[in-house]
Design a protein around this ligand. Structure first.
Ligand SMILES: Cc1cc2nc3c(=O)[nH]c(=O)nc-3n(C[C@H](O)[C@H](O)[C@H](O)COP(=O)(O)OP(=O)(O)OC[C@H]3O[C@@H](n4cnc5c(N)ncnc54)[C@H](O)[C@@H]3O)c2cc1C
Length: 309
């Protein structure tokens, strides 16, 4: 394992591949390269997206297991390969090309060279700025019913409407799991409120008139008019953005949805740079991140062999 304070990184020979992000996608990519007897460095600063959730669900073989446990086992298995190295650090810049090779610069001052680069740094969630939401994120403030809906099936569920256009889809989907009450964050106009309220009424769902002002207790919703509603969980729409600007620094194209553009082999628009996991798809999960990581790892290896078109 490379120490974050190492001053010898400049003198290391280039790694076959440097992977930025050592969570589900990044470790899965690194595993394929390790098994192809290639040298891999994983740079990670230990903030996987679901770190706040006590348990992960919906991933075959890991259903109900704590995210940290899944990642620890993955890391132990990966580091058993002698060509794999790990740097606990933050990658802050990357330069280079397929022809010249790549260099990744880290916050510690270390710099690593690589023949191929895989971006698996995920995304960060931006929640509406309502007091109490962030503290309950991953516990009783949730975004994905497939990850956390089963555990609260048949209970009272709140949904914070993201926008008028998405409201009906949000509510209809969540109604599969429980009795839904809709809330808003004072971002809808009076006309939109009236229209939406009528539409929701048509499917038997109430839209609370007063805006959500804060969350206290387990999931007690405090409304602006002073009234209080108690729900089992509140679903919110989280805006996501890339956890790192390395892709844009390197000139990789990104999608309107905020993820890095890749082809079916997970190669970005910059030759020799691959991306996988949440960073390279809109709305991901663990199973998809592991699968895409495997694709990116194999593609980076085939690229090293000159076998990738
Ligand atoms: C609250 C919550 C609960 C969830 N629950 C589930 C669930 O139950 N089941 C499920 O399937 N999915 C769940 N998800 C989705 C799941 O967490 C993601 O799909 C998954 O983590 C994506 O994996 P990834 O490897 O792409 O990114 P991440 O897991 O986010 O990992 C990215 C890694 O890159 C590192 N990193 C970022 N930038 C840098 C940098 N510049 N330098 C070095 N390292 C960097 C981060 O520290 C992190 O370790 C949940 C998400 C949230 C928000």
């Amino acid at each position: 394992m490379i120490s974050p304070s190492s001053t010898t990184s400049q003198n290391l020979p280039p790694f076959d591949t440097v992977v930025v992000g050592g969570s589900y996608a990044g470790m899965s990519a690194a595993l394929q390269l390790a098994r192809a007897c290639r040298t891999v460095l994983v740079i990670d600063h230990g903030q996987p997206r679901n770190e706040r959730a006590a348990k992960a669900h919906g991933c075959l073989g890991w259903d109900g297991v704590a995210p940290i446990q899944i990642l620890e086992l993955g890391r132990r298995q990966l580091l058993a390969y002698d060509r794999v190295q790990w740097a606990t650090d933050q990658a802050i810049d990357a330069t280079g090309s397929l022809e010249m090779g790549f260099a990744v610069h880290c916050a510690s001052g270390d710099r690593y060279r690589a023949r191929r680069l895989i971006l698996a740094h995920g995304v960060v969630d931006r929640l509406p700025s309502i007091p109490g939401l962030a503290e309950r994120w991953g516990e009783t403030v949730l975004h994905c019913p497939y990850c956390h809906g089963y555990e609260i099936c048949g209970t009272n569920i709140g949904v914070l409407i993201a926008s008028k256009s998405e409201a009906m889809d949000q509510v209809k989907a969540l109604s599969q799991w429980g009795a839904v009450t809709a809330f808003h964050a004072a971002t809808l106009s009076a006309a939109e409120m009236e229209e939406l309220s009528a539409e929701l009424k048509g499917i038997g769902v109430t839209l609370e008139e007063s805006a959500l002002a804060g969350v206290t207790g387990k999931a007690i919703l405090n409304l602006a008019d002073g009234s209080v509603r108690d729900v089992e969980a509140l679903f919110v729409h989280s805006e996501t953005c890339l956890a790192s600007d390395l892709a844009t620094r390197m000139g990789c194209e990104t999608e309107d949805a905020g993820c890095i553009t890749t082809d079916s082999a997970k190669q970005t628009t910059v030759a020799g740079v691959f991306a996988c996991g949440d960073a390279a798809r809109f709305a991901g999960n663990i199973a998809l991140a592991v699968g895409e990581g495997a694709l990116a790892g194999v593609a980076a290896h085939r690229s090293l062999l000159g076998l990738l078109p």
